[in-house]
Write a new protein. Structure first.
Length: 321
């Protein structure tokens, strides 16, 4: 959603950033987590046997045998923390970020990701030994790095990059071809519905599709459509884009919905009928909680109560810049 936001609304005011997303999403995440845990406990864990001391001891033993954190692991942790700091510090929203020192579009979140990625190819995987490095024969070879190109070729999930890039391209195609505008205009009759009813409809459709397709593909298809629909009915685009995006991750019904579902089903301890029955209950619970949250607490964290100027359409049906 964030990747498509700048393409759909170039003049968006930056109210959605990493800090505002955390404030918005964490309370909802906790509510959904407690509701899901309670449901699973009632149906599966209420009459479960007491904990097995042998299993507990085995886990403790394996934890004790874990090696100490290596220098390479600490370096990767530093790079990850640096990346989060750059992402959050560019435009925190609470205070001015370092992004204000760059022209608009000159420094983005992708810039931070590329810089830290390059750092992985520079930092050594072993603690530097100055005495060894100063030797001529060691200088030519050099210590191994945190990342090298053979490891990149072997382990990097290129399919995920193609999936994300294809999703962005699909979103741009949906917008540029006029498909999203056409669909939004055909659904303009929904303007008589309340915002919570529109949210329920968009979430329900996304939740059905995401149990068959991946969440990235589902979001790539539906986010531009619901954004145009929000423009047609003149409500804040976030009121439909956010719940639709969240619904793309609520895939609880089918084993093929997400890799975690497949892992649980692959254990042989859960039947398809159980997963579908409980999954439907979890889907209804998370849908209800998300809609309730969007119309109450979300109004505190994000300015979604009024239709913004940057989302207005002009008389020709294009975004008014």
């Amino acid at each position: 959603m964030l990747g498509q936001l700048t393409n759909l609304f170039p003049d968006e005011d930056g109210s959605l950033n990493y800090i505002s997303w955390i404030f918005f999403a964490v309370p909802l995440m906790l509510c959904c987590l407690m509701a899901c845990w309670t449901t699973l406990w009632l149906f599966f864990l209420r009459d479960a046997p007491e904990e097995d001391e042998h299993v507990t001891k085995m886990l403790h033993d394996r934890y004790e045998k874990l090696p100490r954190t290596s220098y390479a692991e600490k370096s990767v942790m530093f790079c990850f923390a640096l990346l989060l700091a750059l992402w959050m510090g560019r435009n925190p929203g609470i205070v001015p970020g370092f992004g204000k020192y760059f022209a608009k579009g000159f420094y983005t979140d992708a810039t931070s990701a590329i810089l830290v990625s390059m750092l992985l190819f520079v930092l050594p995987a072993e603690q530097p030994d100055l005495l060894r490095i100063l030797k001529p024969e060691e200088v030519k070879k050099g210590p191994p790095r945190l990342m090298d190109w053979p490891a990149m070729q072997k382990s990097f999930p290129w399919s995920v990059v193609l999936l994300l890039g294809g999703g962005f391209a699909l979103a741009a195609g949906v917008k540029e071809s006029g498909l999203s505008l056409m669909l939004g205009q055909h659904m303009s009759y929904l303007s008589k519905m309340d915002s919570w009813a529109l949210q329920a409809l968009c979430m329900a459709i996304a939740m059905v599709v995401t149990n068959i397709c991946s969440n990235t593909v589902t979001a790539s298809i539906f986010v531009p459509i619901v954004a145009t629909l929000a423009q047609e009915v003149e409500i804040h685009p976030f009121q439909l884009m956010l719940p639709t995006t969240l619904a793309c991750s609520f895939a609880f019904v089918l084993p093929v919905g997400t890799p975690p579902n497949a892992i649980v089903f692959g254990s042989g301890m859960v039947k398809v009928s159980d997963m579908m029955f409980i999954g439907l209950i979890l889907s209804v619970e998370t849908l209800f909680l998300t809609i309730l949250y969007m119309n109450t607490a979300a109004l505190i964290f994000l300015p979604i109560g009024e239709f913004p100027r940057w989302a207005a359409l002009d008389v020709n049906g294009t975004i008014a810049l």
